[in-house]
Design a protein around this ligand. Sequence first.
Ligand code: HEM
Length: 459
Amino acid sequence: MTAPTTATRPRPLPGTGAASGVLETLAFFRDPGFAQRRFARHGNVFETRLLGQPLVFIRGERAITDLLADSRRVEGWWPASVRDLLGSRSLANRNGADHRARRRVVGQLFAAAALRRYSPVIVALVEELADELGQAQEPVALAERLRRFAFSVIAAVVLGLDGDDREALFADFEIWTKGLFSFPLAIPGSPFARALAARGRLLERLTVVLRRAQAQAAAGEPLVAGGLDLLAGGLDEAGLPLADDDVVEQLLLLLFAGYETTASSLSCLMLALLQHPPVEGWLREELAGLSWPPAAEQATTAYDPGHAPRLDAVVQEVMRLTPPVGGFFRRTTAPLVLDGVQVPAGRVVQVALAAHNRHGEALPSTEPPVDADLESFRPQRHLDGPCPVALLPFGGGERVCLGKALAELEIRLLAVGLLKRVDLELVSGQNLELQVIPSPSPRDGLLVRSRMAPGEVVA
Ligand code: HEM
């Protein structure tokens, strides 16, 4: 990232002129090029109004660096529906010392030692999915299977839940997720009201799971599965143990943050490979030199960028073109200058990652060709030298994604395991366009015909 700008005379904040924001809101939901078009017209920083909320959109390395440079001038922000469904105790809704204390506690779940503990569970879940796909007689909606896989990973490795308990949680999570970006009015029967009810049931179930782990710990029994013991002794900002209802809201956040995003990246990864056979062939050349399953002690490193640079390039390119989180937010608590534009205090700023990732402003002299090239899926660009766009799929600054290391591990293990064990083929005639809210996913569920790869048998 570049150094923060020190422009002396900031420009005023350009706006779309939207008064009520109704037309802008409709355009936002209908037009995938919504932000891109407005950036082209107004520059890298502009303000509009969505759902009655003034919103500043930014793209470009300079504006993003300026935003994240000084954490005292910004705070976290999420739309009201997300805020209400996550809950006021969730670290996503906290700021300052409150937020940092919870990040320290929850971060223990994703330390290197914890990932080593989780990796055999993830490998077993990949094997299970590969067996299921290898034996399928009918076309399978792969996106759906990958959602379940991603949910199983987080529910198994963090909560230590087995199959039936996971299924019970999964059903409510799907209801809860549908309410996340809906209109936050709890009219009976609306997605938001159903999601609020699901939230209540989820919190109850998570409380039971937490208490079970605490009882085991109190009885001196080792935890058989999961990482909840790693949270034991977690302290809040005043140095006091976190209350159970506090911990439970952090678990709810982790389950959500940990599966919706990862499931999206897995579906988009498989879709991209199936749509680009030459890239798949290029990646398979690398995989031919790697064995599956990995040796237990090497599972966290066997397919890392040092051992599998092509795989890393493919994952980066998928995250660039279809970022699982298309935009993240901050609210300014003091006036800020972003890429030379004055943004007043109290404004919500959206870092428009999806638009940012297709704009190669780092090379202004060659801008049109760079932007045209950035529209294409070309993983090799990440091996040729620095990418003309600074990629931030996991956000940045004090609120950077807590589960990045787990997500990356999970994506690598799944990609290698599936590509080595099963052959997949797209079913023709399906809609492969992506729905983008809450995270990109193929509209018809990514229908594939699958069979065991030659020489592979059910594990
Ligand atoms: C491909 C997968 C993932 C992507 C692309 C992703 C992306 C992001 C992004 C963009 C943010 C906002 C960062 C910011 O505001 O600067 C975020 C926050 C967060 N993510 Fe992830 N994430 C992924 C997977 C995960 C996983 C597996 C977990 C944990 C199980 C997780 C836990 C969190 C948490 C707890 C936060 C809130 C951090 C805070 O507010 O301090 N994420 N993630």
